[in-house]
Design a protein. Sequence first.
Length: 198
Amino acid sequence: MRAVVVYESMSGNAHQIATAIGDGITEVMPVVVTSVTDATATVLAGVDVIVAGGPTHTHGIARARGEARKTATDSVSDLYRDDDAAGIGVRGWLEALPKTHAMAAAFDTRTDIPCTVGRAASGRIDHALRGRGLRVVTAPMSFLADGSNHLESSELARARAWGIDIAHDAMSTDAADTNAARSRSRSRESLAVGRTMP
């Protein structure tokens, strides 16, 4: 099995979280961490697990990448700009994602204020992944930044641990699928033998 972690990042927080998630996943299976701009069909071909995420903008996914840039620039005048800030956003990437039967998980980064899962970006991403035919293996996860838009001190370690959990959940799901397929195959074989007996 192999995984891809796909992120949209403006200030660098989602990029850092995606890298930490990848560090966790790589303990269990091969993984590529890439921005949405570089997450092409070639990168995704034959992948078993897709983890996708980005920042929460006004309790959701930005309507357009330009809106995300403006919101980020307006909120923090000396904002650090991630090298991957240009290009398509996670919403546009999800809309263009072909139907697939891979497993998936969703994450977001956001300021540490109360926010329901349904309004956080991760909830919207989770919903979109399901709509593209992916099977989500764990609940959406938010990673928190302080008022100065810096990740809380424990978040990278938490993201790495979550990556390990995702990989183990995917492996368990895959093993269960394999066992179920074998059981169905044996049942069909038994039925076929029964029909041929006098």
